[in-house]
Design a protein around this ligand. Structure first.
Ligand code: THU
Length: 133
């Protein structure tokens, strides 16, 4: 089990944020996932002229990681230039609850990357919807 370096993960999310495609909102978000084996997979938000098609940074990172076969996420960092850092939206909380339920969620303002808040997925989305076949 890898040691979690939250500052390193926040820095990875901040680097990913630079590749955000956010011409409409101008609100750039980066996310970085850490696996149990120490791999970091990152993503950034991608917007569409059909606004509802926009995908958040957390989901881009998660979909990238999952479709590369990565599992067992121990942490995720989310970074944007906003006071206190960006809180994941409800849709991303649902995806995290399903695919990264044990991950620590680090949130930081890219303008103050050393001030890192931490949450559990459980506290962000208590009583999450799950399908049990
Ligand atoms: N956004 C994210 O990437 N993550 C969040 O948790 C909240 C919002 C993006 C979506 C959109 O591109 C922009 O921020 C403004 O809502």
């Amino acid at each position: 089990m890898v040691a979690i370096n939250k500052l390193e993960l926040v820095r990875a999310a901040a680097r990913a944020r630079e590749r955000a495609v956010a011409p409409y909102s101008k609100f750039k978000v980066g996310a970085a996932l850490l696996t149990k084996t120490g791999e970091i997979i990152s993503g950034a938000n991608v917007e569409s002229a059909s606004y509802g098609l926009t995908c958040c940074a957390e989901r881009v990172a998660l979909f990238t990681a999952l479709t590369a076969g990565k599992r067992n996420f121990v942490a995720v960092a989310v970074v944007a230039r906003t006071a206190g850092g960006p809180m994941p939206c409800g849709a991303c909380r649902q995806l995290l609850a399903e695919h990264a339920p044990k991950a620590k969620v680090f949130v930081a303002d890219s303008g103050a990357p050393n001030a890192i808040k931490v949450f559990s997925v459980r506290e962000l989305l208590p009583a999450a919807f799950v399908l049990k076949p």
